[in-house]
Design a protein around this ligand. Structure first.
Ligand SMILES: [Zn+2]
Length: 384
């Protein structure tokens, strides 16, 4: 596939050199029940480019048709207390700042619906959620809440809403400029609600040298100035933008812009340069590989976290861990996509014999160490 020659955000053709991660699994958050199916997951190159105009980092050979966002797509993080606390804080802050109490909330890309249920509960609000990976639950939804297992467009919005939520979606959308304009049309149809975006911050990935935060499912990586600029290009005004969840994510609150101004492209900020990230992150991965090799010669090692970071990390390494631990029951008993590595529960007896557990996400380090202490784990932990 020829790399696209233009930026999907601003349309500029002034792009940086290519940075290729060959043969990455196309799905990370997908349930596989047996090792054969998991290890045969389709693989494609991730070919990153950075726009010199707006600073967007994107996969120039991305093909969205390769990713099945169906009911086997599983990326809920709600089994972690640290993540639960982040969602709770966000729901309360959004309700208070934007007067959502008793209002109506629309979520674009609601996943299985966990955040919309939480927010509508906190705000005593009604809600509508749209997502192709939504799965109806056995228990009935709370009154005033409805879900649709499909995409949403402005023509679906026939009544006003007080908020439009779009969390962890923009990093998955190839035509991001057009998507933000669609979101603007939805906001117009909904009567100028607050529009809330949440997505990873590229600066955090660069700081941490976490090459395992680059994966096929994410076709876009946003420096903070880039996302604000693209939202303004789409006709929004940025009311708030802040780093959240240990600075891994950014949250933006948008309103419709009243006037159109000539916008100056932000370029590439120094802490978000793809070229230097690529160079330094590769060296960092080599260093880690040597440490894991030493652990293998001892009592063996595991990774804690079968989310995107854990799956991407294990796929980047030639040397595989004995197992991957995850507290999400829907993942336990399955296989890590792209590998034959089993996903086990924190209670699994194999953990006691290991010499090293690698914690894929630093935000969960405290709660993971507490669980390990409780279980009398005598090996070491390494937080990435
Ligand atoms: Zn651009």
């Amino acid at each position: 596939m020829t790399p696209r020659p233009d930026c999907p955000g601003c349309g500029s053709t002034k792009l940086s050199a290519l940075f290729r991660l060959p043969r990455q699994p196309v799905v990370l958050n997908y349930r596989f029940r047996n090792a054969e199916a998991a290890s045969r997951v389709p693989r494609h190159d991730v070919t990153l480019r950075q726009c010199r105009g707006c600073g967007l980092v994107f996969n120039a050979t991305f093909n969205p048709a390769l990713i099945p966002y169906d009911e086997n797509y599983e990326n809920r993080q709600c089994f972690s207390p640290a993540f639960g606390a982040h969602l709770e804080t966000l729901a309360k802050a959004l309700t208070k700042r934007n007067g959502l109490r008793g209002g109506r909330i629309l979520e674009v890309g609601c996943g299985k619906g966990d955040f919309l249920r939480l927010l509508c509960g906190v705000a005593s609000a009604g809600g509508e959620g749209y997502d192709t990976s939504y799965e109806p639950r056995t228990e009935p939804e709370p009154p005033g809440l409805s879900f649709h297992p499909r995409y949403v467009s402005a023509s679906d919005v026939t009544q006003p809403f007080d908020a439009v939520i779009c969390r962890h979606v923009v990093e998955h959308v190839p035509e991001i400029g057009a998507f933000l304009r669609d979101l603007h049309a939805i906001a117009v149809a909904a009567g100028d609600p607050v529009v809330v975006l949440e997505t990873p911050r590229f600066e955090w990935i660069v700081e941490q040298l976490s090459l395992w935060d680059v994966f096929y499912e994410h076709c876009n990586y946003f420096p903070t100035t880039t996302l604000a600029h693209l939202c303004r290009l789409a006709g929004f005004r940025v009311a708030h933008q802040r780093a959240v969840f240990g600075a891994q994510y950014q949250t933006l609150e948008l309103k419709l812009a009243r006037t159109s101004r000539r916008l100056v492209a932000p370029g590439i900020p120094a802490p978000a340069r793809l070229a230097s990230f690529a160079r330094r992150a590769r060296r960092h991965l080599d260093l880690l590989t040597r440490r894991f090799a030493k652990a293998r010669d001892g009592r063996g090692w595991a990774v804690w976290g079968a989310g995107a970071k854990g799956v991407a990390l294990v796929n980047l390494l030639r040397l595989k861990p004995a197992c991957v631990v995850d507290s999400n029951p829907a993942k336990q008993g399955g296989m890590l996509p792209g590998t034959k590595v089993p996903i086990v529960a924190p209670e699994d007896a194999r953990l006691a014999r290991l010499g090293l557990i690698v914690i894929a996400n630093p935000n969960y380090a405290a709660e993971i160490r507490a669980v390990l202490d409780q279980r009398g784990f005598t090996g070491r932990t390494l937080t990435l």
